[in-house]
Write a protein that binds this ligand. Structure first.
Ligand code: F6R
Length: 607
């Protein structure tokens, strides 16, 4: 996944246009690049792992003939970053070329079928099933359009694709399902891409493609059909008046806000994770005699939440531990019976890798959860899961945190099933609720963003904040504090709510904001007592509550409502969203740039 682009020019060479378009996606990070063009009924290809400029220096990306073609920059989700896994992918006869952004969930089943009927696959990607499936249908006598339509109907998942066929060299077919795709209408060319910035310098006329639609692109026109039934859709182009820099953020003022808003779609990708990966990981976790959850920063907070999930759902006790303390705290006890689940968005955080390295040398089993396939963590792990959140540009982790939580929640459910800790009915109920989390996240953003922005405005001049939670919500309190610290440089303290009585209570003064995370789990009654105690000292209470929690509404100065009846193991996914928005609106309200917090970098690669 990452970005696709294709174009048909009335005249001239497509390759330099594709090359420049892909360059405009460079800011997001990627691991491989590829292009294919058609000239005289034949495909021409350049693709490899690595940076665009390096590949261009070596192989001249502009030197491909033909006025029609497609390109891709890849962020690996299936298959390591290697030349063979770079897009485009092809059929056996090298006539069909496909680039894809997204995930084809049922690719293993399709691949098996196609292999049985003689198709030979070169890559480990999900995408490669698409050209082979089209080839299969072309050989049965279907036209390019019908073969593609039939293929698209077979694919499960969320994807955007562009397809060319050397024997039909005047058309490009594109389609999307729950993914983004936009047509750009130039005067002398037609473009289609997952990202508007790719064609913005050439044209501002754009047509948005909806889920389930197939586009037939000619050099001067486009046709939209629904791929389920072939029915035609009429849609006029609109003018995009974004500057290039705004377009990169899809119209949001900052990457942080864009990424907060991307959470419903990221969660959708994580709940579609291949069951085989989760199964394998859950088997390792289940067998672990001693399990350490090792990470830094936000990823550590995900581990902390996971320790509650694993314990409460599956009766599995774990040790969440800061990677930087791992060797000092438990190093000497690590041995062949120890299992380390290292969690790192980047897969490159120095302290996490040092802990992993140390544990490997003591023969422990290493498991990884990361956002970057091909990162060091994936190379040193016995088994790993890619959290499928896509590249995160904002320094403050947002969408990658909720994606980590969603993966951990799925593992907790699987562990519970393996260990017979939940009834069949509970398993089904929890599984169904997990699948609803993308919609829950969407609802919270839609319903609460304005409220949160107003609250942030009211409190933005306060000198410090307290974040308090009990149970699994402690992880949310810690993460909420980290977001505020990172983006606002406001000192704030997070701790288990009961711990306030151990000293923190001394700094509570009238008007100091105390943010309580209060889902209706079995800590609810106690957190109400905590709120009353702090309120009696004059603090201003801001509470994250479930919809309709009248008891807390009556005592809080301000409240933000999340969705009710979400089980405890899923509640951090929803409760953190208002706190991410709070940090964002505090920062912008105080004139700070939330995308560029001072002194911070995206990956901490020094120990
Ligand atoms: C917080 C943040 C950092 C990272 C930490 C670990 O918003 O981004 O605290 O969470 O540096 O990074 P990874 O997960 O890449 O190991």
């Amino acid at each position: 996944m990452v970005g696709i682009f294709c174009c048909i020019l009335k005249e001239g060479n497509a390759a330099p246009v594709i090359h420049n378009a892909l360059k405009r996606l460079e800011y997001r990070g990627y691991d491989s690049v590829g292009e294919a063009t058609i000239h005289k009924d034949k495909l021409y290809i350049k693709k490899d792992q690595g940076r665009i400029d390096d590949l261009h220096l070596l192989r001249n990306l502009d030197d491909l003939p033909g006025r029609i073609g497609l390109g891709h920059i890849r962020w690996a989700t299936h298959g390591a970053p290697m030349q063979v896994n770079a897009h485009p992918h092809f059929d056996c006869d090298m006539n069909v070329a496909v680039v894809q952004n997204g995930i084809v969930e049922n690719y293993l089943e399709i691949k098996e079928e196609l292999e049985e009927s003689g198709h030979v696959f070169k890559s480990k990607t999900d995408t490669e099933v698409i050209p082979h499936l089209i080839e299969d249908k072309l050989k049965k006598g279907l036209s390019f359009i019908d073969a593609t339509r039939e293929t698209l109907k077979r694919l499960e998942g969320s994807f955007a694709v562009a397809i060319v066929y050397a024997k039909n060299p005047d058309k490009i077919l594109c389609a999307q399902k729950e993914n983004s795709l936009t047509i750009g209408m130039g005067d002398n060319a037609m473009y289609c891409s997952s990202d508007i910035p790719t064609f913005l310098p050439m044209t501002k006329k754009a047509v948005t493609i909806e889920s389930g639609e197939l586009i037939i692109l000619d050099e001067n026109k486009y046709e939209i059909r629904r791929f389920a039934d072939g029915s035609q859709v009429l849609r006029e182009p609109k003018i995009i008046d974004w500057a290039l820099e705004v377009a990169e953020k899809e119209g949001y003022p900052h990457f942080m806000l864009k990424e907060i808003h991307a959470q419903p779609s990221c969660l959708r990708s994580t709940v579609r994770l291949q069951k085989e990966y989760l199964e394998l990981m859950a088997t390792f976790l289940d067998r672990a005699e001693e399990l350490f959850l090792v990470a830094c920063g936000t990823s550590y907070h995900a581990c902390l939440a996971a320790s509650y999930m694993f314990s409460k759902m599956a009766s599995l006790s774990t040790h969440p531990i800061y990677a930087s303390e791992f060797i000092q705290q438990v190093g000497k006890s690590v041995n062949i019976n120890s299992t380390i689940l290292a969690v790192s968005q980047s897969g490159e955080t120095a302290d996490t890798l040092a802990a992993v390295d140390y544990a490997r040398n003591r023969a422990a089993t290493i498991l990884g959860l990361t956002n970057i396939v091909g990162s060091t963590l994936t190379r040193v792990s016995r088994a790993y899961i890619c959290q499928q959140a896509g590249p995160e540009i904002g320094v403050a982790a947002t969408k990658t945190f909720t994606a980590q939580l969603s993966v951990m929640a799925q593992l907790a459910l699987m562990l519970a099933e393996k260990r017979g800790k939940l009834s069949h009915v509970e398993m089904e109920q929890f599984g169904a609720l997990l699948k609803q989390m993308p919609d829950v996240a969407k609802k919270i953003i839609q319903a609460q963003e304005n409220t949160v922005a107003k609250i942030a405005k009211r409190y933005r001049d306060k000198p410090y904040f307290l974040f308090l939670g009990r149970g699994i919500s402690l992880a949310v309190a810690l993460e909420g504090t980290l977001k505020l610290l990172e983006t606002n440089q406001i000192p704030s303290i997070a701790c288990p709510a009961a711990e306030i009585r151990q000293g923190i209570i001394n700094i509570v003064q009238p008007g100091i904001p105390a943010i309580f995370i209060c889902p209706k789990d079995d800590t609810h009654k106690k957190i109400i007592d905590d709120i009353r105690e702090i309120k009696a000292l004059g603090a201003s209470i801001i509470a994250v509550i479930e919809e309709g929690d009248e008891e807390i509404k009556a005592i809080a100065d301000d409240y933000i409502e999340v969705v009710k009846d979400i089980p405890e193991f899923l509640s951090p996914i929803q409760c953190i969203i208002p706190l991410q928005l709070f940090a964002y609106y505090m920062a912008t309200g105080r004139g700070l740039d939330p995308d560029r917090p001072r002194h911070l970098t995206k990956a901490v690669t020094v120990k």
